[in-house]
Design a protein around this ligand. Structure first.
Ligand code: HEM
Length: 93
């Protein structure tokens, strides 16, 4: 078990060096929770449209706000593995 503990500690140190502010953790949390808000917004707008309820125009555009947040946090999540590899490669030079 000692080996596992040591490799866990090494992984934590590497993570702290690559991302000292813990941004990647927060970006993932934001992406996760906003995905729920986006899903709820889509369901609400769908019910409104299918139900034929007359609504203000902005109500139909409501899911676009969380979708934009998802797009930017998602793109950040996508590039994270590449940028951390690039950074760790550079620090070994
Ligand atoms: C708009 C463009 C989006 C992009 C570029 C994007 C990209 C990503 C990426 C790269 C990941 C990380 C995958 C990994 O761990 O390897 C991720 C995770 C995830 N995405 Fe997205 N995503 C987008 C939209 C959405 C939408 C619309 C939803 C749901 C409604 C969603 C829900 C999630 C969830 C729940 C995770 C897992 C988060 C976690 O690990 O806690 N994403 N996404």
């Amino acid at each position: 078990m000692a080996g596992t503990l040591a490799s866990d500690a090494q992984a934590s140190i590497r993570r702290m060096q690559e991302d000292p502010m813990g941004w990647s953790k927060w970006v993932r949390q934001i992406h996760r929770w906003v995905s729920i808000a986006f899903t709820v917004a889509v369901i609400i707008v769908t019910i409104i449209v299918v139900g034929g309820v007359e609504s203000a125009e902005w109500v139909y555009l409501l899911p676009l706000l969380p979708l934009f947040i998802l797009l930017f946090t998602g793109l950040n999540l996508f590039v994270q593995p590449y940028s951390s590899k690039w950074r760790s490669g550079r620090s070994r030079e």
